[in-house]
Design a protein around this ligand. Structure first.
Ligand code: DON
Length: 321
């Protein structure tokens, strides 16, 4: 089957309509290498179960995964050690606090970090990745991601260096984790893995494919490869709905209703499960979506990207609720 030209035209029109919403945000200034990026960029890519890609806007710009990596590290670790092992070490509760807040971790002691998407939980998960050194742990994650997207990936060294030098809050969080016996490795090693995973370069096309695999419970309907179990995908989607867009997760669930994970680079990974009873034709067999709009709002999510997903979900009836 051919690509549907109407879907393509519609996405291009929505890019134009939503580009202006970038003024509702700014690029992430606390990581200098992200602060310098053009805030007006906006790109989207959607892929369906037959492998049709619909890409519109600024889709050739790569960006770093940032917090989107947290969902993928959670999946990779769960694949290796099993879900039970991971959930013994991080909870699945939203916090209502900023993603890098120390408060929820302090309150929750001596149990475990609230969820793997806040920084305390993410650093805990990253440090547990298999491998004897931080480099090997990072390489384990990288090859897992490469197996999902089907080609080599690399790190943005400038973003890594920029974050490494300014990561005082994450260092503080990692010291808390170490003091509470959540980190078996050294603080600097844990930070190295965490910042490395946040600095992996990705495109909206790759994000769309990963979103499709999550939507299909770990199965890639294009290559017919099963990458991870239904149970892992289910918990990943629960986390994406409840914590994936941080303190906007409730609003995002209400107005968009698609499991998603954002990053301060302005990327959003979204997984649209099949909805065969939908009244609309577009993507009723599910889809993966990758969005990039580097101007982020106060909660850390792409301002224009969120608005565009809201429009797409409403027009094409993609909400899971
Ligand atoms: O640790 C940080 O602050 C960044 N590397 C990632 C934060 C992030 O992407 C939160 N997302 N919205």
């Amino acid at each position: 089957m051919q690509n549907n030209p109407l879907i393509q035209q519609q996405l291009e029109a929505w890019i134009q309509e939503n580009k202006g919403h970038a003024i509702l945000g700014t690029t992430a200034q606390y990581i200098p290498a992200l602060g310098n990026i053009d805030p007006s960029l906006l790109g989207i890519c959607m892929v369906d179960e037959d492998g049709h890609y619909y890409c519109a806007g600024d889709t050739d710009k790569e960006f770093t995964l940032q917090s989107i990596s947290k969902a993928l590290t959670f999946i990779a670790l769960s694949c290796h050690y099993g879900l039970e092992f991971v959930l013994e070490r991080v909870d699945v509760e939203p916090t209502g606090e900023a993603f890098n807040s120390i408060i929820p971790f302090e309150i929750h002691r001596p149990n475990k970090p609230f969820n793997p998407f806040i920084n305390a939980g993410a650093i805990t998960v990253s440090a547990l990745l298999p491998g004897p050194t931080s480099q090997k742990k990072y390489e384990y994650l990288l090859s897992f991601l490469e197996s999902l997207v089907g080609h080599p990936l690399e790190m943005d060294q400038e973003v890594y260096d920029s974050e490494w030098k300014t990561s005082h809050r994450n260092r503080a969080l990692a010291y808390y984790l170490k003091e509470a016996n959540f980190l078996e490795i050294e603080v600097e090693e844990a930070l190295d893995i965490y910042i490395s995973q946040c600095s992996i370069k990705i495109s909206v096309k790759d994000l769309a494919l990963i979103g499709l695999i999550i939507a299909y419970d770990g199965y890639n309907p294009i290559t017919k490869v099963k990458h991870f179990s239904d149970e892992i995908a289910q918990v990943a989607k629960v986390l994406m709905v409840t914590c994936g867009m941080y303190n906007s997760s409730g609003n995002f669930a209400a107005h968009v209703g698609i499991p998603a994970k954002s990053g301060v680079s302005g990327g959003i990974l979204a997984a649209v499960p099949p909805k065969l009873h939908s009244q609309t034709y577009e993507f009723r067999a599910g889809a993966g979506i990758g969005v990039y709009g580097p101007a982020i709002d106060a909660t850390g999510n792409s301002a224009a990207g969120t608005m565009m997903l809201r429009q797409i979900s409403k027009e094409w009836d993609l909400s899971i609720f």
